[in-house]
Design a protein around this ligand. Structure first.
Ligand code: HEM
Length: 281
């Protein structure tokens, strides 16, 4: 989705001028979506540092409970250490992930790409393990199904991290890039959840399909699984459409991606204005 050359064998068929245009449209829509997502993740990073980073630096542990029902729990050292590691590393992956994807950064600063990649993967695995631990020891809003869908997200992060590293070590770079994009999508799952929720609230102007007080309902169940399944599905379609080089399909899917870019921008706007900025200041 990011406008990378995903051709595995490096075989690029000569394209007619019109198919070039559809190819460009597809690449452009992927790039626009990515730029919007990168900005949104930078704002999310600002929120994490502004709320939790400052709270940790000043020893203001009560502030950890501003938004979470189980942030700081007196006497629960393993849980408290896990949530602090989890959330602070969330800032690392939210800023490091997009940097890892940008082709210019990768080409111009290969050493940074390697170091940042290791940090990204180690942080992602730690976030997943601490997240699963917290879900099943402390519970969370969303109940059992929420815990199951988010745990699957954590397991996918670990599995995709293994594949991403494996193909980097075996120097199969085209396959490595594909796995790194899949990893980026699942690593962004909980971010997609927040953005998707705010998009939904903006569209309807009120909670539809869920109860705001108990934070349960069919919409949240669907969102809990869609937070990683939908981006993964779109990414796989993007790979296939880019490779197949069929004009109409590229035009149509490029347009679909533009709509998703717009929806992502709206969701980021909603999350920034109603959650991330007010909670920092
Ligand atoms: C790599 C992606 C992830 C990021 C960026 C992330 C980020 C965050 C943030 C910022 C919070 C604090 C809540 C808030 O202020 O919004 C949080 C809480 C939490 N996260 Fe994650 N997270 C990620 C992945 C996961 C995974 C994979 C799991 C579980 C398998 C998980 C489970 C939890 C739990 C249980 C909480 C505490 C929520 C509560 O007590 O209500 N997270 N996460």
């Amino acid at each position: 989705m990011i406008g990378l050359n995903t051709s595995e064998a490096g075989t690029v068929k000569p394209a007619s001028p019109s198919s070039l245009t559809s190819q460009k449209w597809l690449t452009l829509s992927g790039k626009i979506w990515f730029i919007i997502a990168a900005i949104g993740q930078a704002i999310f990073t600002f929120y994490i540092i502004g709320l939790y980073g400052v709270a940790t630096a000043t020893g203001d542990w009560e502030r950890w409970n501003t938004t979470m029902p189980h942030g700081y729990v007196a006497g629960d050292a393993p849980g408290n250490v896990s949530i602090v590691m989890h959330v602070l590393l969330a800032a690392v992956v939210s800023i490091g992930g997009p940097l890892q994807i940008i082709p210019q950064v990768r080409k111009r600063f290969p050493k940074f790409h390697r170091i940042n990649g290791r940090i990204y993967i180690m942080s992602g695995v730690t976030i997943s393990l601490t997240g699963i631990f917290l879900l099943w020891t402390r519970g969370t809003v969303g109940g059992l199904i929420g815990a199951i869908s988010t745990s699957i997200n954590g397991l996918l992060i670990i599995a995709f991290s293994v594949s991403t590293i494996k193909y980097a070590w075996t120097k199969k770079m085209a396959i490595h890039r594909r796995w790194s994009l899949r990893l980026f999508m699942v690593m962004s799952g909980v971010w997609f959840f927040r953005v998707g929720l705010m998009f939904w609230l903006l569209v309807w102007g009120r909670p539809v399909g869920f109860d705001y007080q108990t934070f349960t309902g069919p919409f949240l169940v669907i969102l809990g699984f869609s937070q990683y399944l939908l981006p993964l599905l779109l990414l796989e379609i993007y790979f296939a459409v880019k490779k197949a080089k069929r004009n109409t399909t590229q035009w149509v899917f490029g347009t679909v991606l533009m709509f998703f870019a717009l929806a992502t921008a709206l969701g980021i706007f909603g999350a920034t204005m109603s959650m991330w900025i007010p909670r920092v200041f």
